[in-house]
Design a protein around this ligand. Structure first.
Ligand SMILES: Cc1ncc(COP(=O)(O)O)c(C=O)c1O
Length: 368
């Protein structure tokens, strides 16, 4: 048979596989420990909304039916909550799917996609899968550098990714800066604005994607139920864009891309204001606790607008990561993001945050 390598596109050959946070079960099996905690994937420290769990239970007996192909109930709720028309909302199997829809619709092979780096790695992988050309723009002082992004725009630029707040740095682009940038770029560019952590932002100068549905440039905003809404395991998110854009995005979307349990749970989670508020409070309190304790340990960190935090542990972050694993605490080493001195920790509940600090203290004494 033909060597399979010859059957694959050059772009796909270039992709380095995504490395997810280590699953708890795997760690416990490997190290023979129990009661490990995961602070590596920026999930909700409270767990899912009890209303969402109930909604899933209520829908279990109808899973022999295909789901609502248009997620109508969810779109109706989102439309009311956000004050946008239902036509501007596109449901997705995790917000990651919006990246795929957008690139399939608006990127042609050989065209360029500008990606501030480091950021969420899937932007590059999907670009390569489509035989697009990723054009990387380094962050400046841990923040997206829009001036340099603008300078990289050329005749082949089709898409610009902006992750706000940026993962893994937790920094944001402010409203004025963002609006100036929008006005300064060619009208032919589509911006994919990833707001996976937007709900955690406390800075009032944060530019929310739903305010730019009608311009001044083409923008597709990604939102997710995986983070503040605590439904990462169900895979549900959505995109927000003008009707002109969703018209094309919907052509690509499979009719049953969002399963019925996810739709029911997302509606219930949207309706659970108490859970949302409690999550935001726990994350804010957790961050304060982490800041205070890191200050006491004289460890540097990057102040964050999200539910994760970059902590400087010296130039041995992989070693710190390994030693933390032995303590039963999973964090994210950032060497693969080019930050070899840093780990990223997701804000946990109080118990988890205390355990993280205690383990870090212990481990740094070992490793320095
Ligand atoms: C910046 C960013 N965007 C998107 C996602 C993926 O979200 P979803 O679970 O909705 O696919 C993540 C998940 O970690 C993320 O960090």
């Amino acid at each position: 048979m033909t060597n399979v390598k010859q059957l694959v596109s050059d772009g796909i050959k270039k992709i380095t596989p995504y490395v997810p946070g280590k699953p708890l079960e795997e760690l416990e099996r490997e190290y023979g420990i129990a009661g490990a905690i995961k602070m590596a994937s920026n999930e909700n420290p409270l767990g899912p909304s009890p209303k969402a769990v109930k909604a899933i239970e209520n829908h279990l007996s109808t899973i022999h039916r295909y789901p609502d192909a248009n997620s109508n109930a969810l779109k109706e709720m989102l439309s009311k909550k956000l004050g946008v028309s239902q036509e501007s909302i596109i449901p997705a199997n995790g917000s990651n799917e919006i990246i795929e829809f957008s690139l399939k619709a608006f990127l042609r092979p050989g065209y360029e996609v500008i990606i501030p780096e480091p950021t969420f790695s899937l932007y590059t992988k999907f670009t390569q899968a489509m035989d697009g050309i990723p054009v990387k723009v380094p962050l400046k002082k841990f923040s997206v550098d829009l001036k340099s992004v603008r300078e990289k725009i050329g005749p082949k630029t089709r898409i610009i990714f902006i992750n706000n707040p940026n993962n893994p740095t937790g920094t944001i682009i402010k409203k004025n800066e963002f609006e100036d940038f929008l006005h300064s770029i060619p009208e032919s560019i589509v911006i994919i604005l990833d707001e996976a952590y937007g709900e955690f932002v406390t800075d009032p100068d944060f530019p929310r994607g739903d305010c730019y549905l009608n311009g001044p440039r083409w923008i597709i905003t990604m939102r997710t139920f995986s983070k503040v809404y605590g439904l990462a395991g169900l895979r549900i998110g959505y995109g927000l864009a003008s009707r002109e854009l969703t018209h094309y995005l919907n052509k690509i979307r499979q009719p049953f891309n969002v399963n019925s349990l996810a739709q029911a749970a997302a509606c219930a989670a949207l309706d659970d204001d108490q859970h949302l508020k409690k999550t935001l409070r726990i994350v804010a309190e957790g961050l304060n606790y982490l800041y205070q304790n890191l200050d006491q340990l004289k460890l540097e960190y990057i102040p964050t607008q999200a539910n994760y935090l970059m902590v400087k542990v010296g130039d041995n972050c992989d070693k710190v990561y390994e030693l933390m694993l032995r303590e039963g605490v999973i964090v994210r080493p950032l060497s693969s993001f080019g930050f070899s001195e840093y780990i990223r920790v997701s804000v946990g509940n109080q118990q988890e945050n205390e355990r993280f600090i205690a383990s870090l203290k212990k481990v740094l004494q070992y490793s320095n």
